[in-house]
Design a protein around this ligand. Structure first.
Ligand code: LRH
Ligand code: MN
Ligand code: MN
Length: 427
């Protein structure tokens, strides 16, 4: 199924009057605070978020997997699904591929399809945390950090191959996430494992095209439960610094121990120009990969507050980070889930854009703690949904994507086209 502009118009006609009124009220409200709503809308229109190729099917847990039906069976169908998301929201104009889950067999055709759907290729992801069929050596005891040089070499070569798949598609970055670690004290020599990892990354980095970036993702635990070689932002930052100016840290929101102050990590990384990208998701306990903003929307907003502060005013040295979702689970329709994630990210961004920066700075200068909090919470408590709706409308999308998705019976159409028992590659 492809969404045509008459579908969009048909749905928007139902809801346009209510929206126009809401937008007018929001615009007046912001004008009273000397904020230009149209300027915020313009920024929202530009803001695109990459959809992970592995989140388009119903995710599983290690206990089970329940198909939603109509799931994409190959990369072409995944692109079509992102095309649907992008047509509705005008904010999902990128895909992040995981290799080998989504190897582009015919790069030219895939590129062509993506460009018809107005989708670009964001960071490529390598995978040395699973053994693949026909793979000579196993990753049970690590990959880039492995004690055996042959295993390291195989893992390095895989990453280099992922870069070349990305080059064929026009991607400009690769994300490396390593499961490497240990589950028992005594299993691993920490320093040796870190040193091996650095050397392996250096070999990959040496093959990185001049206009590419390498993102190093960290995670404290899982799949191993005693130690992880790249356990935190400090380790990732250390490696990125050693590698050079094309290497950056990637922050996955689910990869922190409970109560970690992620917004402060964001601020510190930007201070040194080393924040490369995000994997957005939400969690209550661990790396839960739940819908963005479903559990801790205030934390998400505080993260965007740092991002906007850094990007708009103070951090010329930090390139604009890659915005990617890394969420999937086994309850909701994955497309509805992704629409909700996109909305949550953009809400947090819009709220951060309307923070009274000067007022906040003055409060900080005066150590006026109450006013600082008031200012931050005032923006958070402002209903900015009409701004997002207006941005979508102006870009040719729908005012209310989830409602439109249901109104247009998209899942039913996909089930009709692809069948009701379908399995997508991914987690
Ligand atoms: C690891 C991770 C990493 C992987 C993805 C599938 O937990 O966040 O980004 O590539 O999940
Ligand atoms: Mn991730
Ligand atoms: Mn994760």
């Amino acid at each position: 199924m492809r969404i045509q502009s008459f579908h969009i118009d048909q749905y928007n006609a139902i809801t346009i009057k209510v929206h126009e009124n809401n937008y007018r009220i929001t615009k007046e409200l912001l004008a009273q605070k000397s904020i230009d709503a149209d300027a915020v809308v313009e920024k929202l229109r530009q803001f695109q978020i990459a959809i992970p190729s592995w989140a388009l099917g119903a995710g599983g847990t290690r206990f089970g997997r329940f198909s939603t039906g109509g799931e994409p069976g190959n990369l072409e169908q995944k692109l079509d699904d992102i095309g649907l998301l992008h047509a509705l929201t005008r904010s999902a104009g990128a895909i992040s591929l995981h290799i080998p889950w989504d190897i582009p067999r015919d790069a030219q055709a895939i590129k062509q399809q993506a460009s018809e759907l107005d989708i670009v290729f964001d960071a490529m992801n390598s995978n040395t945390f699973q053994d693949q069929k026909d793979q000579a050596l196993g990753y049970k005891f690590g990959s880039l950090s492995h004690i055996n040089a042959d295993v390291r070499k195989q893992a390095v070569e895989h990453n280099i191959e992922v870069i070349s798949y990305g080059q064929a598609l026009g991607s400009k970055s690769i994300t490396v996430w390593l499961a490497d670690g240990s589950s028992f004290p005594g299993q691993l020599n920490f320093r040796r494992a870190l040193d091996n990892t650095l050397r392996s990354l250096q070999e990959i980095y040496a093959q990185l095209p001049a206009d590419w970036q390498l993102f190093i993702e960290y995670k404290p635990y899982e799949p191993y439960f005693y130690s992880t070689v790249i356990q935190d932002w400090g380790t990732s930052f250390l490696l990125a610094n050693e590698l050079g100016n094309k290497a950056y840290t990637l922050v996955d929101l689910g990869h922190h121990l409970p109560n970690t102050n992620i917004e402060q990590i964001v601020s510190t990384l930007m201070y040194r120009g080393k924040l490369g990208g995000f994997h957005f998701n939400d969690s209550k306990y661990g790396d839960d990969d739940l819908t963005v903003g479903s559990i801790k929307p205030y934390q998400l907003y505080l993260i965007f507050n740092e991002l906007v502060y850094g990007l708009e005013n103070n951090t010329a040295q930090n390139p604009s980070p890659a915005w990617m979702i890394d969420a999937s689970h086994n309850l909701k329709d994955p497309l509805e889930d992704l629409i909700q994630s996109l909305e949550a990210i953009r809400l947090a961004y819009a709220q951060a854009l309307i923070v009274d920066r000067q007022g906040l700075w003055d409060a900080q200068l005066n150590n006026d703690v109450s006013v600082g909090q008031e200012i931050l919470q005032d923006a958070f408590r402002t209903d900015v949904r009409p701004l997002l709706q207006e941005a979508r409308l102006r870009s040719g999308g729908v005012i209310e994507p989830i409602k439109a998705y249901r109104y247009l019976n998209i899942r039913q159409q996909l089930i009709k086209e692809r069948g009701s028992v379908t399995v997508a590659t991914g987690l």
